[in-house]
Design a protein around this ligand. Sequence first.
Ligand SMILES: [Zn+2]
Length: 531
Amino acid sequence: MARERLYLFDTTLRDGAQTNGVDFTLADKLAIAGMLDDLGIDYVEGGYPGANPTDTELFGKDRKFDTTFTAFGMTRRPGRSASNDPGLAALLEAKADAICFVAKAWDYHVRVALETTDEENIASIRDSVKAAKAKGREVLLDCEHFFDGYKANPKYALACAKAAYDEGARWVVLCDTNGGTLPHEVEAIVGAVCKVIPGDHVGIHAHNDTEQAVANSFAAVRAGARQIQGTLNGLGERCGNANLVSIIPTLKLKPEFSEKFDINVSAGALKKLAQVSHTLDERLNRGSNRHAPYVGESAFATKAGIHASAIMKDPATYEHTTPEAVGNRRKVLVSEQAGKSNILAELERIGIKADKDDPRIGRLLEIVKEREAIGYAYEAADASFELLARRTLGTVPNYFNVTQFDVNVEQRNNAKGERVTVTMAVVKVKVGDDNMISAAEGNGPVNALDLALRKDLGKYQKYIAGLSLTDYRVRILNSGTEAVTRVLIESEDEAGERWTTIGVSPNIIDASFQALMDSIVYKLVKSGAPA
Ligand SMILES: [Zn+2]
């Protein structure tokens, strides 16, 4: 039987951005889009250009992604022509490979929310698809409330979808906007749609209000749909969208799907899935769900006892798939083998040659485990992991030593009698035989420390001149008896390369200092600075 292509569409940056408490910056959006692109997601919906400054800026930039970068927006407003609608014009001007329009597919909503006629709504769909096609864009139509609309008036819901398809939309996406439709209903309705519109032009967009968004997505595929829309970690308003982090491994690893369908996510990329999921949580400054299928810390954790000894004989006895396939780890460490192979895979990924029998690999694994137990998260801090590995393997020169630092925060009245807070840092650094002192004022203790530290590194200064900090994130962790602070710092160099470093300490300044030091040393290593 010929294998069919199944397409994945990620809307973390658009629908996922509706999540309570989630507010993506432009840098967040670009970084997340980059992860999705590396993963092999076919479509990345970046946002809604014209609706807010971040999205407008995002779609004003040129990007180098392989994914089809997609802009979201409304079809033309009722009663206006396509050429006389500023919202539609902004969407057509956006630098996007594809445009995903959203339109009503429920006659009740057309009357009550849009306050227009059924015919005018369909005309708006036709005109908008036509206008985007004329601009050379690939076009998708999200049929809002499709399932509820179909139940109320199947003829009209289908007519909306068909109108877009007939005008040349590549995809007609059936949305369960309220998230209340059940899998058997989805299967029946998608099956009916696929009799009118070929399934390789039909997508599913499921919300998780009955905790069946993933099941509904698979039900749609079984009925003929060939595009799945979802988000990383199931982000999305209310109860979230279909979770691509659960959908992708099921498609790749379960014969029901893997024998019938090809997706653009490779087996190699699948091994990065746990890291992608956890990195997103770090970026959102929230803890990862320990019990998340496939990628959660507990997904392959088994309590000691009979299960553990059975696992020792053969992991397949208590696991539905292997943790390594999705980049996760087995939690009852049967042997050091599982952890060691993760470390070796990671070293290979960052280009460090290592022999699996080298005792230093076992030592590195021990250090990583000890540090992760006290709050380090190396998955989210690639550069700190690389430094730790290189240090353990003995290949990082001791470029410089900070012999002392001092940070002073003072609140006082200035000359105008206003209350001001002034921060000053002094750093003593020894480079070779040279002792240097630098001082800097900053808009906070970490900023002052960073500026003082990078002010004068003697012969190494030229290597760090192009270094800048692009993000700084702090989290308080309650691990065990006392709270500790985890700091993640993202840096960028003159070539636009980015890396993340980590520090953990009960003291926020210490944690920040560790992360700053790692960032500088990483840059020196990367630049090949001489010892
Ligand atoms: Zn949605």
